[in-house]
Design a protein around this ligand. Structure first.
Ligand code: ZN
Length: 236
């Protein structure tokens, strides 16, 4: 096994099967494009999709996942409570989670945020993602900004204030959006990254790929100290 973090890419994998334009952009599915890109970078990678048994995330997969990527859109409600519970528990225990684009409405992201995670949107716009934290490891290797043809997401984005804000997007229509958000939940690190509408080829963009590779490294668990909880006798 590789030394780096073990990655599992979870994709709803519905648009690619029902929309030929999306299938043309992502012939192997969004997860297939991300899988190839992360493998090329030397990561140990698996993929999992909604329609597999246990959504492709049985215990043995989650137990050996350091960082989980999550892309979903039209079928958030089909993800079982049991899976949401298991992923939630793993994040609190230290597993990294990278939530992509329309995953803002996924059950797991809403559970972790505790808010509606709502936003405004519009198709077919131009996006400039400004790096607002140039020293952050997730921005390593980027220029000042990334430019994409994308769906617009606009503020207000109903999420808690992030621990760190890495990207702010500006759209052709004038809206702005917090596009790269870092959180800690329990021992786990959570990164929300905005681009990746299924009708746009953003996951083929080298800068977007670089951000995702950097985010995998950032979100990977680190050993830390063992926590002790519960009733406790005085030490002295
Ligand atoms: Zn979208």
């Amino acid at each position: 096994m590789a030394d780096g973090p073990h990655v599992t890419i979870w994709n709803e994998y519905r648009h690619e099967k029902s929309d030929e334009n999306v299938a043309e952009i992502y012939p192997q599915g969004i997860h297939g494009t991300l899988d190839a890109m992360l493998k090329e970078a030397g990561f140990e990678v698996r993929t999992a999709t909604l329609d597999e048994p246990e959504h492709g995330l049985p215990e043995e997969v989650l137990d050996t996942t350091d960082v989980l990527l999550w892309w979903g859109h039209v079928a958030h409600d089909e993800v079982s409570e049991e899976t949401v519970d298991k992923v939630h528990e793993r994040v609190l225990g230290g597993m990294g989670l990278i939530v992509l684009h329309s995953g803002h409405f996924s059950r797991i992201f809403k559970r972790l945020m505790g808010t509606t995670c709502d936003l405004k949107w519009r198709l077919d716009d131009t996006e400039r993602l400004w790096v607002v934290a140039p020293g952050h490891p997730i921005a390593e290797g980027l220029g000042e900004y990334i430019e994409l043809g994308e769906e617009m997401y606009g503020e207000p984005f109903d999420v808690p204030q992030p621990d760190e804000l890495v990207f702010v997007s500006h759209f052709g229509g004038g809206e702005v959006f917090r596009s790269g958000l870092c959180y800690r939940r329990g021992r786990g690190r959570v990164f929300y990254f905005r681009p990746g509408h299924e009708e746009n080829p953003s996951y083929h963009n080298p800068d977007v790929q670089l951000v995702i590779r950097n985010a995998v490294r950032w979100a990977a668990p680190t050993p830390g100290a063992a926590p002790v909880y519960g009733h406790y006798e005085p030490i002295d």
